[in-house]
Unconditional design. Structure first.
Length: 277
């Protein structure tokens, strides 16, 4: 049986994963409205970013829970208090981390709407035993506490950064999911393989390397790689450079026992390939 439901996509954190909920209430819900939803952590505040749309349960991957209600003016006061309290928690946690000598970076703290749980996000380059820190925090705040370590890319997404382009980093501006970025992308785009110049603030390869990769793959289709030897006009030739923007290849060939450099348009290789086929 193909089960379907009318659902809304809700993000619980800025640019975080989208969770789907149905809605049985009367009050109209619009995009960008804030709502209360039930999660595994308790009742949380989320922002509607999709919907309403009809989706199959198979697409969603689970049976969606219901949105409890839109956030009211009274709820907003509670949210503001939670945010202020969470900021206080983060500062206190940083102080305790320093006193305990833990090699971890406290990034953020977040209460569920009903304060039934407190999640503290941190980054670290080493394995951390934070049991003593949890005891101290639990004793002070009297609630369930979870310390959640995030990766380098998520850490930058949380605190924000400026990219090499001079704009706010993509991860904190619009990227919801991280793609797998490999060195092959930089090689395809003929970027100088200098990790400092092709890495972001997180130390990982730039996410934007993937944006234009399909264009480069299409343009360079059938074009030989640099430093390879091919046959040109019945003679062996070495590929010296490949210029994507001029769409030409520089070849070194031997004429009368002398090496000479000639420039060949990309179209030559595409036409040659078509003829061979």
């Amino acid at each position: 049986m193909d089960l379907k439901a009318e659902v809304y996509g809700v993000e619980l954190e800025k640019l975080g994963p989208i969770h789907y909920y149905n809605y049985l209430g009367i009050e109209k819900i619009n995009i960008f409205d804030y709502v209360l939803v039930q999660t595994e952590n308790g009742i949380e505040v989320g922002r509607v970013v999709i919907g309403p749309v009809t989706m199959r349960f198979e697409e969603i991957g689970y049976e969606p829970n219901s949105i409890i209600r839109k956030v009211s003016d009274e709820d907003k006061k509670q949210v503001e208090e939670n945010v202020q309290k969470a900021e206080e928690v983060a500062q206190y946690a940083k102080q305790m981390v320093k006193e305990l000598g833990l090699k971890m970076r406290i990034l953020n703290a977040d209460f569920t709407f009903d304060r039934s749980k407190l999640v503290i996000y941190f980054g670290s380059d080493v394995r951390i035993d934070f049991r003593e820190l949890v005891k101290i925090l639990a004793k002070r705040y009297k609630t369930r506490i979870e310390l959640k370590q995030v990766g380098a890319r998520d850490e930058v997404k949380m605190i924000g950064s400026i990219g090499l382009c001079g704009q706010e980093a993509c991860c904190s501006r619009f990227l919801r999911d991280f793609s797998s970025i490999k060195m092959e992308l930089a090689k395809t785009q003929q970027m100088m393989i200098n990790t400092a110049k092709i890495s972001g603030r997180c130390g990982k390869l730039l996410c934007c390397l993937k944006y234009e990769n399909d264009f480069y793959k299409e343009v360079l289709k059938n074009v030989p790689n640099e430093n390879t030897t091919i046959e040109y006009d019945g003679k062996p030739a070495r590929v010296v450079t490949v210029n994507v923007f001029l769409k030409e290849v520089s070849l070194q060939v031997i004429e009368e026992n002398q090496p000479i450099l000639i420039k060949v348009p990309f179209s030559y290789f595409n036409n040659s390939n078509s003829q061979n086929e």
